[in-house]
Structure formats: C-alpha cells, structure tokens
Unconditional design. Structure first.
Length: 107
C-alpha cells in the first residue's frame, strides 16, 4: 500500500489564458489538487496548497540524506574525534571577513 504522506494527488492542467480568465476558480482548485499552468502547451508553473508543498520539501530533504547515506547527529552526541574535525574546519574571523576559507582540514 502506498504511503499516504507521499501520495500524489491528480494534477489538473490549464492553459495560461484560461487560468488568467478564471483565476479564482483555479486558485480554489489548487487548494485541493495541484494545478499546472501551461504556456504554449508546455508545463510552466504548478499551483499547490502550501502544506502539500511543505510536505514535499520535507520528503525531499529526507531522501537527500538517504541518497547521500548521511545520518544527522546532534552536536552533543558527536564523538570527540568528530567534534575536533568540525572545530578544525571552523574558519577564523579573518577568513570570514575576507569571505574566503578552506574548510578541509586535511589540505
């Protein structure tokens, strides 16, 4: 069964001119389902309810972590070795002022 958190509602496509002539109708529809506005027959912009978009952003952020095989760890839970690596990579105030620094302590 599909995860309801990532279920994609059906999309409605509408030409820009039609959207322009019936803006309120399509904004209301956009609260229930994504509405893709087309320009010259090609998708141009999609309207979606803010909570739907925010949910997609959270999902995408989680997928980025899994794709990169990263695990978020609170600073308090870091090993002293990892904390030292982060501290060594911290730019000096001079580097920050110059907006140039090397954050790779190995080089």
């Amino acid at each position: 069964m599909a995860d309801p958190a990532i279920a994609t509602p059906p999309k409605k496509k509408v030409p820009l001119t039609t959207f322009h002539n019936h803006t309120g109708q399509y904004l209301d529809l956009g609260r229930r389902t994504p509405v893709t506005i087309t320009k010259h027959g090609r998708p141009d912009i999609t309207l979606a309810e803010a909570s739907y978009f925010e949910r997609l952003e959270r999902i995408a952020a989680g997928q980025i972590l899994s794709v990169l095989d990263l695990v978020a760890v609170a600073a308090a839970d870091m090993t002293s070795e990892h904390a030292a690596i982060f501290e060594a990579a911290r730019p000096t105030s001079e580097e920050i002022a110059a907006d140039r620094w090397n954050d790779d302590p190995a080089s």
